[in-house]
Design a protein around this ligand. Sequence first.
Ligand SMILES: Nc1ncnc2c1ncn2[C@@H]1O[C@H](COP(=O)(O)OP(=O)(O)OP(=O)(O)O)[C@@H](O)[C@H]1O
Ligand SMILES: [Mg+2]
Length: 263
Amino acid sequence: MINALRKKKTVEIEDAAPPALRPEEAGKRWAIEARGIKKSFKAGHVMVDVLKGIDLLIEPGEIVLVMGPSGSGKSTLLAAVSGLMKPDAGSVVALDQSIWKMSRPKIDRFRLTNCGFIFQGFNLFPALTASQQVQVVLKFMKLSKKDRKNAAEGALKDVGLGHRLGNRPDRMSGGEKQRVAIARALAKKPKLIFADEPTSALDGENGNIVMTLLRKCAKEQGATVLCVTHDARLATFADRIITIEDGVITSTNADPAIFAHHH
Ligand SMILES: Nc1ncnc2c1ncn2[C@@H]1O[C@H](COP(=O)(O)OP(=O)(O)OP(=O)(O)O)[C@@H](O)[C@H]1O
Ligand SMILES: [Mg+2]
């Protein structure tokens, strides 16, 4: 009886306390600040935890590689950080905006304005010339026809394709196609560049060209570059290497020398 009258104790659900800052994090401004990112996928009848509470802090103008074995969660992490796929938990602040608190149209607008994406498969339109591939993106940004053409040709010249402006994808090598994809991502001078295995279809020489271009964007335009890869050859191009294994960050500043023997 007494028990029944006793007021039921309410369980307070508090927000998880923010993780303690390490000394080297204090007072820094971040281009990307992701905290506690979790993502699970259903595989048959079981849930598989692909990202298990990841923190990712990247400074403006930094070029950071996320390296790890196949299936470790690299692409999933990139998608969560870049506004492509909502994580199950955690927050992402990019350029001082809390991405997953925004509406879908706002996120899309943010990506269009601020982000350049480079993926493994090039994703070029078969029917368009190199110049048109780049112009398509600029059209969405409401540039005039003349400005689009000039910006597209400038970006293609920057990647060494000034002589391929009128070529369609079937008349370009793999390395050239990837450079078109890069020109397309860079033409709008994005503040954030997200690359997923940008060199995996390329030989060493073309891989170097691609990474040199990304470095140039970071160092000359102040772009922040987040590049996921398992290509050890890219280690030398990074300011910092973050390693991920089985959905957990295993180092936020790995020594490039450990990757050297994979060459
Ligand atoms: N949409 C999805 N549905 C179900 N499972 C998924 C989905 N996307 C990814 N996964 C699983 O999550 C795990 C991590 O995938 P992810 O693509 O992030 O790995 P990765 O590190 O990019 O690998 P790789 O180097 O091969 O590209 C894999 O086991 C994958 O099968
Ligand atoms: Mg991947």
